[in-house]
Design a protein around this ligand. Structure first.
Ligand SMILES: *Cc1c(COP(=O)(O)O)cnc(C)c1O
Length: 488
């Protein structure tokens, strides 16, 4: 394929994406597909001889699109959004077009410095402490995911911890269980437990701290008690992870108090704000970041709610040397004068893998074409829709809020009047909505009870879609109740 042919076929591919997005609202959100169905329907994916791109696009139309859960559908309310604005796709194309490999500054000077500049600028736009910028000795990077960000934060914390106290590292001396401890809550994202595993710490390294009474948020008092007890037992508090906007219910841990307590015991504090953090672009939601100026690292995903196509997770650290100190290994073939000068950032030292894409371009494209004001409007719109939905749930007999609404997330349950019947009714309701293809919801468990999560955040999600969802929830629940009523 030469550039001229690319130009022609590229138009066809852009046309395909444009038509898909233009028509996605008319498709069922969730496909009706059985395991193995796609494999059975696919054409030969390894032809011996070149084939026209058009036949591949045909297969996308006939096999792939009909078997896709449409995350970009305006009635997709499941999990957290992965909203991918069209502008970000263009940025992604530009990144692929340059085809650079940004492992070192010297292998992609522009890639490195665009990313640094964006992350410094975004730190300001979010109201993060200036200490997280490169100018002040900190800095940010674009990781592939919040999970990877948590892992590298843990590796930096382990490294820092192994340098503290005695000159010989307990970690090495004592083998797998050197007494490292990582503190989370029951609501913390599973990626922290996974990071503990990947880092080679045993399951007992993960300590679930009790919540404050009547909440699901980490109790600073319980954390303090636990840290004192663990330190007295000779264990090593390595990392504490408060969450801003938990995945289940959007709960917020008290970062300031947690960070103060954690630092008394020398632990690294990593804030996981994967979904909610971007709301801090709006000054009225900046209270969310209270205490973040005290922590060691902070992560929020641009690929959930900030219109940037997966993958783009923003990670900031207060100490720009922390990740390289933990992760840098330099074989001869990567040596270069720019690195030796100490004047550049080599982003390979901020992540697990060596190679990396120019992810900054898709984020730049989003910021450039939407503007900060456009992004704030987008976030505010979703939060307003969620507030209205929560009001309707509160006012509706037969429904109840399962947790206080958080930003653009509403957690609700069916309230039949019989607690034993609620779980079944709520689960059935979710299954009926998802089977209808008119909307897509996912669930969690709150206080041991099955709960529907409505996460509002699609690029094109508007009032009409939330209205339609609510009408469907009400009418479906009513029909269900009528069906259960004695004698009917
Ligand atoms: C979604 C989520 C994650 C994981 O995000 P990835 O970027 O997909 O790894 C981590 N933490 C929280 C609170 C989340 O909501």
């Amino acid at each position: 394929m030469d550039p001229e042919e690319f130009r022609r076929l590229g138009h066809a591919v852009v046309d395909w994406v444009a038509a898909y997005r233009a028509g996605v609202a008319d498709r069922p959100v969730r496909p009706d597909v059985a395991p193995g169905q796609v494999r059975a329907a696919l054409p030969d994916l390894l032809p011996e001889h070149p084939q026209p791109l058009a036949t591949m696009l045909d297969a996308l139309d006939c096999v792939v699109a009909p078997a896709t859960l449409h995350w970009q559908h305006p009635a997709f309310f499941g999990y957290f959004p992965a909203n991918a604005a069209l502008a970000s796709l263009l940025g992604d194309l530009l990144s692929g077009g340059l085809g650079s490999q940004g492992m070192l500054w010297s292998t992609s000077p522009a890639g490195t410095e665009v990313e640094q500049t964006l992350l410094d600028g975004l730190a300001g736009a979010l109201g993060l402490d200036p200490g997280f910028t490169f100018a002040a000795g900190g800095g940010g990077t674009i990781a592939d995911s919040a999970s990877s960000a948590a892992l590298v934060a843990l590796l930096a914390a382990l490294h820092r911890s192994s340098q503290q106290g005695s000159s010989t590292s307990r970690w090495r001396d004592d083998g797998v269980d050197g007494g490292e401890r990582v503190y989370v809550t029951a609501e913390t994202h599973a990626s922290l437990a996974k990071a503990v595993r990947v880092a080679g710490l045993g399951a007992r390294a993960l300590v679930v701290v009790d919540p404050a009474p009547g909440t699901v948020a980490m109790s600073p008092d319980a954390l303090a008690t636990q840290l004192r007890a663990d330190a007295a037992a000779g264990l090593r508090p390595v990392l504490v992870c408060p969450t801003i906007g938990t995945t289940g219910t959007g709960a917020v841990d008290p970062v300031r108090a947690v960070a103060t307590t954690a630092h008394e015991h020398g632990a690294w504090v990593h804030v996981d704000a994967a979904w909610a953090g971007v709301a801090a672009l709006c000054p009225e939601h900046r209270y969310l970041l209270d205490g973040v100026e005290l922590v060691d690292s902070f992560c929020t995903d641009a690929h959930k709610w900030l219109l940037t196509a997966f993958d783009a997770s923003l990670l900031w650290v207060r100490d720009a040397t922390a990740l390289p100190d933990a992760l840098s290994i330099t074989p001869e073939y990567l040596r270069n004068t720019a690195t030796d000068s100490g004047a550049v950032i080599d982003y390979r030292d901020w992540q697990v893998s060596l190679g990396r894409r120019f992810r900054a371009l898709k984020l730049w494209a989003v910021l450039h074409t939407h503007g900060l004001d456009g992004l704030r409007t987008h976030v505010r719109g979703h939060i307003a829709l969620a507030a209205e939905l929560a009001d309707r749930v509160r006012a509706e007999p037969g429904f109840t809020l399962a947790a206080p609404p958080s930003l653009a997330l509403v957690c609700l349950r069916v309230d039949t009047g019989d607690p034993d019947a609620d779980d079944h009714a709520t689960r059935t309701l979710l299954e009926q909505v998802n089977a209808s293809g008119q909307a897509f919801l996912s669930h969690t468990v709150v206080d041991g009870r099955y709960t529907i999560r409505v996460a509002i955040g699609g690029v094109t999600t508007a009032r009409e879609h939330v209205d339609a969802l609510w009408e469907q929830l009400r009418s479906t629940a009513r029909t269900q109740q009528a069906g259960l009523a004695p004698g009917s």
